[in-house]
Design a binder for this molecule. Structure first.
Ligand code: GTP
Ligand code: SPV
Ligand code: MN
Length: 607
């Protein structure tokens, strides 16, 4: 479709202005059809960027290898450009919006030369739902177009809803690698050097400008940029929640259903939990979403969640038929793989896929690679943040309600992270404010999902939103507290729990087997929501009695005691760290209620 055919005058002008600035060879408005998707894949194949996988093994699947500088989100190059620096807060990078636009306009000048400018109208949430939000992404990357086809609802049907004057979030994206006449990508992933990359958000004007990266959350702008950073600002203003949370449906042996959401930092197990196959007989888990939840109160006073996305952009390493069979089945066809290894017969392989690499494979850098299990230092064949982009509708356990525009009523919120010590397997908050306190102090070992933070160290990641909150984190805590205070019926608020699948013993081995066995913890949580399940009050929260959770294979009674005990000394150190290093960051914006929670737990720990 041509820009001239557009009915929305403001959209048309915005596109024309962008084209004048970025100077693409041509402009194309995306229609969202299969033919368009196929054409994008063909273009990337012709450019030497995509490899078609074995059609017998992985029909409709392709593999991309990105540039080694462009393999994850770049938090140091991510900006919240609010008018006032104080609105971005201590956890976000800030630049004055006018200055940032000036800098980036210079970069955008001619940045699409030699390329096509694609205009992608997309809906986060079911098209036409009143919870959904519309964005329009301008990009020069056919890889981004193809990924957006899977991750969001895109094309003409979105333009129909937008009509002549509907609201949309304008999103600019350019890989920042113009081509000179006759030049081709020739198998080289296009992106700009690190110091030219910008992932920018303008919260007041609800705009997103991204430059220089083609990867994941940096480039698929509906995901973290719109559905979290901009949406968190809308949610604050309008009284709802936009969260880095999975959404699951759980059915107990009596056929009773509940919906649970969970916030864990990047690469800490949301996709896995959302698709888990319970090892507890009679229980069933189905998937509503694996990364983002938007939640609003319904007429009945309950909080309802929708998944704004349409696909999964999941971590490949560690995904196998044991850990996540449902994800493995989802990505059997029509899936885009990025930075995994390629086998000789054109299938994918990664560390933790469940079997050894079949002979010589091609690693994510395109080099021959042979597994050497004796060499503990061997570089992985798949990048630790290699990903699959697969359609949610292909998930064998996608819940029938997953596209219901009114969402699903939430009974429990989980918070968690990778904590080798101290933090117990599960801990129920005493009340809403205590739960918000728990969310505010989430800490986790850093993973490979971001390029510029040191993996392996523990950092505080409040509500798993540290890289995704579009405003001052202190105001965000306040928003959460207010939501509880203003609830029509506080008894209908979700119960809050803190979970930790990642406790390790002194030998560095996980004590809890995790994955499907996490259903045992979900079952306790399910019962707690009904006021049942063995529980003891402790200084840190409400913990299960030793026999309340059915022990999985390989977990001894002593192991269970270890991961359910209250480590008083460890907690004193934890809380002292919050007091000395975490809470002071928020200054006067730290809500008094959270300070009260901190003092109260200090007192309880002192006994
Ligand atoms: P993002 O997409 O980055 O937001 O990540 P995510 O939170 O969805 O994490 P994901 O489910 O993709 O898991 C990331 C890594 O953690 C994978 O390598 C998993 O195999 C591993 N993992 C997930 N669940 C568990 C668990 O219960 N125990 C252990 N030990 N590892 C897990
Ligand atoms: C995350 O890092 O939390 C992701 C991947 O889900 S990305 O889309 O790259 O942000
Ligand atoms: Mn995520």
């Amino acid at each position: 479709m041509q820009t001239s055919e557009l009915k929305h005058a403001q959209l048309k002008k915005w596109i024309e202005d962008a084209a004048a600035l970025m100077q693409p060879d041509s402009v194309e408005v995306c229609d969202g059809t299969q033919a368009e998707y196929d054409r994008m894949i063909q273009i990337t194949k012709d450019a030497g960027l995509a490899t078609e996988l074995n059609p017998q093994k992985r029909p409709g699947c392709v593999l991309f290898r990105s540039d080694p500088s462009d393999v994850a989100r770049v938090e140091a190059r991510t900006y919240i450009a609010s008018k006032s620096k104080d609105d971005a807060g201590p956890t976000n990078n800030w630049v004055d919006p006018a200055e940032l636009k000036k800098t980036m306009s210079e970069l955008y000048k001619g940045s699409m030369k030699g390329r096509v400018m694609y205009v992608i109208p997309f809906s986060m949430g079911p098209v036409g739902s009143n919870i959904a939000k519309i964005g329009v992404e301008i990009t020069d990357s056919p890889y981004v177009v193809a990924n957006m086809h899977i991750m969001a609802r895109v094309g003409s049907k979105v333009l129909d809803v937008l009509g002549k004057d509907g609201f949309f979030v304008p999103c600019f994206h350019s890989v920042g690698k113009p081509l000179s006449p006759g030049q081709k990508d020739n198998g080289v992933w296009p992106c700009a050097p690190m110091d030219k990359k910008y992932i920018s958000h303008f919260p007041e004007t609800r705009e997103i400008w991204s430059y220089g990266s083609g990867y994941g959350g940096n480039a698929l702008l509906g995901k973290k940029c719109l559905a979290l950073r901009i949406a968190s600002v809308l949610a604050r203003d309008e009284g709802w929640l936009a969260e880095h949370m999975l959404i699951l449906k759980i059915t107990n042996p009596e056929g009773k259903v509940k919906y649970i959401t969970g916030a864990f930092p990047s690469a800490c197990g949301k996709t896995n939990l959302a698709m888990l196959i319970p090892t507890l007989p009679g229980w069933k888990v189905e998937t509503v979403g694996d990364d983002i939840a938007w939640m609003k109160f319904g007429e009945d006073g309950r909080l309802y969640a929708i998944n704004p996305e349409a696909g999964f952009f999941g971590v490949a390493p560690g995904t196998n038929n044991e850990s996540n069979k449902n994800a493995m089945d989802t990505i059997q066809k029509n899936t885009i793989f990025t930075n995994v290894a390629l086998t000789a017969d054109k299938d994918v392989w990664w560390e933790g896929i469940g079997y050894d690499a079949p002979g010589e494979v091609t690693d994510w850098k395109g080099k021959p690679w042979k597994q050497d299990k004796a060499n503990k230092e061997q570089e992985p064949a798949a990048h630790p943040n290699s990903r699959f982009t697969g359609p949610a509708k292909q998930c064998p356990v996608v819940a029938k309600e997953w596209e219901d525009p009114k969402g699903v009523p939430i009974s429990a919120f989980l918070f968690g992270g990778r904590r080798p010590k101290t933090i117990p397997l599960v801990n129920q908050a005493k009340d809403w404010a205590h739960g918000v306190f728990m969310g505010s102090i989430v800490g986790s070992e850093v993973t490979a999902a971001a390029l510029d933070v040191k993996a392996g160290t523990i950092r505080r990641d409040p509500f798993a939103m540290l890289p995704f909150c579009g405003y001052h984190m202190g105001d965000y805590f306040k928003h959460w507290l207010n939501l509880g205070k203003n609830a029509k019926d506080p008894s209908k608020l979700p119960k809050i729990f803190f979970v930790n699948w990642f406790r390790k013993n002194d030998a560095g081995k996980f004590i809890w087997p995790g994955y499907g066995d996490n259903s045992r913890v979900l079952a306790w949580i399910f019962d707690r929501c009904d006021g049942k399940g063995g529980a003891v009050e402790t200084p840190i929260g409400t913990l299960p009695t030793p026999d309340a959770i059915v022990r999985p294979n390989g977990v001894s009674e002593d192991d269970m005691k270890e991961i359910l005990k209250v480590d008083i000394e460890g907690w004193k150190a934890e809380i002292a760290d919050v007091r000395a290093n975490h809470y002071p960051k928020f200054g006067a914006k730290l809500p008094a209620e959270l300070n009260d929670q901190l003092s109260a737990i200090e007192k309880r720990l002192a006994g």
